[in-house]
Design a binder for this molecule. Sequence first.
Ligand code: NAD
Ligand code: TYD
Length: 341
Amino acid sequence: MKILVTGGAGFIGGNFVHYMVNNYPDYDIVNLDLLTYAGNLETCKPVEDKPNYKFVKGDIADRSFIYDLFEKEKFDIVVNFAAESHVDRSIEDPGIFVQTNVLGTTVLLDASKEFGVKRYHQVSTDEVYGDLPLDRPDLFFTEETPLHTSSPYSSSKASADLFVLAYYRTFGLPVTISRCSNNYGPYHFPEKLIPLIISRALADEELPVYGDGANVRDWLHVYDHCVAIDLIIHKGKVGEVYNVGGHNERTNLEVVKTILKALDKPESLIKYVKDRPGHDMRYAIDPTKLETELGWKPKYTFDTGIQQTIQWYLDNKEWWENIISGEYRNYFAQMYKDRVE
Ligand code: NAD
Ligand code: TYD
């Protein structure tokens, strides 16, 4: 079995590459990544010498490159993680989100159709469902919830999902889609909330909380996400969407305070800053389908997962210090300069 993993030098794709290389020694895992600002070969270090692993640098939106690669490698399964993934960046520059997330996905779909891929799996997000109100804790996203996006990021992901489903219906391409909630865990790029707060709190820097910090996210440990994708690509039904999330809702403020407590840092580091435009209020997944049809059960609760994650950042300072000492400093200065009220 030969599996193409795109975006495997990023956060979730990197964790998935580790998971597959180690759990399936008889599969060949090919990691294709453009190495954008979010891609980091250091993330692939633990598997780079394994005989069943190979890295290829390239762009999923580059049609002739992708066709050549598919013709040569004859993949059985494609798992597409490659994307622009940060909502704040999509507000600054939507174009690259259309290019990679929409066009790039259609190039992979065409190549999968052309070269007889047996399963195309699209890694999507619960953000395609829009948001839920804070005063209706009884509501959850199911696979039937209508798509209703808020940001250029989520719109690009929803658009890609529609293409994936169209290739199933129109061309019979064997596809599956997973829509997961906010992931956290090792190798998470420090522009996202949890690693940003951990790295800045350790340096005793101000911690930017958008608005009043009451927005709710449903946190999923990246390991449990990898297990879900493993189940879906092996046992999931083609043409189906599976939601992935484990009922771990927390307000942003709760998340920040949990990290501060674990690191023994004062809450006075918290700084409320200007809200994100169009900021989604609450995400919450109903994972019943994945649990009942495929037997998925998460290993981590938020309480156990966040402690494991904090410990990983303490034990792997070099990985994230290399990132935040480079171009990232300009990003932070630029992105946060207008937020200070
Ligand atoms: P990430 O930003 O950490 O990694 C993305 C990776 O894709 C990087 O390695 C980057 O170099 C690569 N990439 C970008 N453009 C590319 C291109 N044109 N060709 C090839 N490679 C390219 O993202 P992540 O957080 O690991 O997210 C992975 C996937 O999961 C994305 O599709 C994202 O939409 C989805 N997702 C993420 C979350 C989350 O909480 N992080 C939640 C739901 C869904
Ligand atoms: P983020 O990690 O960007 O993920 P997403 O926008 O995809 O949910 O943000 C998680 C939540 O944290 C979101 O409600 C925005 C908020 N947030 C802050 O309050 N401060 C920050 O500096 C960042 C990056 C996010």
